[in-house]
Design a protein around this ligand. Structure first.
Ligand code: AMP
Ligand code: MG
Length: 416
């Protein structure tokens, strides 16, 4: 599904007051589509880019049959099951320097790893398995026919599909693209995400003389997070808690970006200008998700551009970004839906969890036990750096004792 998003795509089914995380995610998955266009780029710059069309190998790998080892090449049919004494012909086969002519039946040629298999050769005897006596190799038995011979195209044949739409190019992929002669690639254009912090207390400069200043932690965090997700980032800076200032930032964002992500001012308080402005657009969906940490999320369209209004609290902004904004960005940028893969590990902590919300705890997997951050206070930014993942506890009440299995999702599973 590609194209423009529908204005009502954030509207959750009416009637539920606290929407379960899984319902909200299912809704995003079904209503979001790829919004970015395509372009062709040089493979050299492809790391982190998302494939827009199936990619075919332009060249077989390996291109020709070659030797997997250093040794002696010969025709296997000339060998006996007992002792073999085979004369070595002159010349040799090396990588990049082919053997000149063909190897006569009953003779062997010196051959090195990666050398093209000469005519007359179908098997390579490992050099460690032979004794060389003047111009003859001596060894027992004949091993397997075709031993140590790599066939042309045994890895990939020219014309084979190597990457499908939606695949994000990794460093490992750069080797396959190079080896199979793919020099340009069809990719999705990067999704552009504009990031705005809101709050009268926020400053960028830690030396700001105001006593009530709080240094903006969300923008640096979200900028690097969305870059890591493969997006281009537009920095909209900090907006004061004043409707006109927020409005002009949203206007600026809508002109430049495919998605606007804001933090702060998303609840329904006096200074919650994001939710007030988005409300006026008529497209606003206030998501009350049964999630901790998290406050209401304000989702809407501003001049046709989707806006994700996240809570201001950095820990909540981080968790809500991973849980909701990440899959949104994946879907809109052509990477497709892919739920972060967690696994069950033994709890190194005790906790009594109430019925209702899904909880995401800053967690650290050390050895085979997972610990959670000492304080659940969602203002504690240090816990984000201490953690190497999140423990996800679903809605039901639960008394967790040490050794009980809990679901751990490493940050790497979120692409961080
Ligand atoms: P808000 O969602 O605007 O009510 O903010 C909730 C809390 O998060 C307040 O304590 C804010 O000062 C704090 N906060 C909001 N935005 C940021 C930010 N960008 N960096 C650090 N703290 C913030
Ligand atoms: Mg605020």
């Amino acid at each position: 599904m590609t194209g423009k998003l529908k204005n009502d795509c954030f509207a959750l089914p009416v009637g539920t007051y606290w929407t379960p995380v899984s319902d909200a995610l299912a809704h995003l998955q079904s209503s979001l589509s790829v919004v970015v266009g395509r372009e062709t780029i040089e493979t050299a710059h492809a790391r982190g880019r998302v494939i827009a069309d199936d990619v075919l190998a332009q060249r077989s790998h390996p291109p020709r049959a070659n030797s997997a080892v250093d040794g002696y090449g010969l025709a296997w049919d000339c060998l006996s099951e007992t002792e073999n004494r085979i004369p070595i012909v002159g010349g040799r086969a090396a990588a990049g320097a082919d053997f000149d002519g063909s190897v006569p039946f009953g003779s062997a040629c010196r051959i090195l790893t990666g050398a093209a298999i000469p005519n007359g050769v179908d098997t390579v005897i490992l050099q460690e398995d032979v004794d060389v006596e003047e111009d003859t190799i001596v060894f027992n038995g004949r091993g397997k026919k075709y031993a140590n011979k790599r066939n042309a195209g045994e890895d990939v044949n020219a014309g084979d599909p190597i990457f499908a739409q939606g695949h994000k190019i990794t460093p490992a992929d750069m080797a396959l693209l190079a080896a199979t002669g793919v020099s340009t690639l069809p990719v999705f254009k990067r999704l552009t995400v504009a990031i705005l912090s809101t709050g009268d207390e926020l400053v960028d400069d830690a030396n700001d003389p105001r006593e009530n200043a709080i240094v903006d932690a969300n923008r640096p965090m979200l900028k690097s997070m969305f870059e890591q997700f493969g997006c281009a980032v537009v920095d909209l800076g900090i907006s004061a808690d004043n409707r006109e200032a927020v409005r002009s930032c949203l206007d600026k964002g809508a002109k430049q970006a495919d998605l606007i992500v804001t933090t702060g001012g998303a609840s329904a308080g006096d200074e919650d200008h994001i939710s007030a402005l988005l409300n006026d657009t008529g497209s606003m969906a206030l998501w009350r998700i049964a999630i901790k940490p998290g406050r209401p999320l304000a989702l809407a369209f501003w001049d046709g551009v989707p806006v994700f209004g996240l809570p201001g609290n950095p820990v909540a902004a981080f968790v809500c970004s991973l849980v909701f904004a990440r899959p949104t960005v994946m879907q809109m940028s052509g990477q497709g839906w892919n739920a972060p893969r967690g696994f069950m590990v033994a709890a190194g902590f005790e906790k009594s969890k109430k019925e209702g919300r899904s909880e995401y705890l800053r967690a650290r997997l050390d050895g085979d036990q997972v610990e959670v951050f000492a304080s659940e206070g969602s203002g504690r930014i240090s816990g984000l750096s201490w953690a190497n993942g999140l423990v996800e506890l679903d809605a039901p009440a639960r008394d967790i004792e040490k050794g009980d299995l809990v679901r751990f999702i490493p940050f790497t599973a979120f692409g961080l």
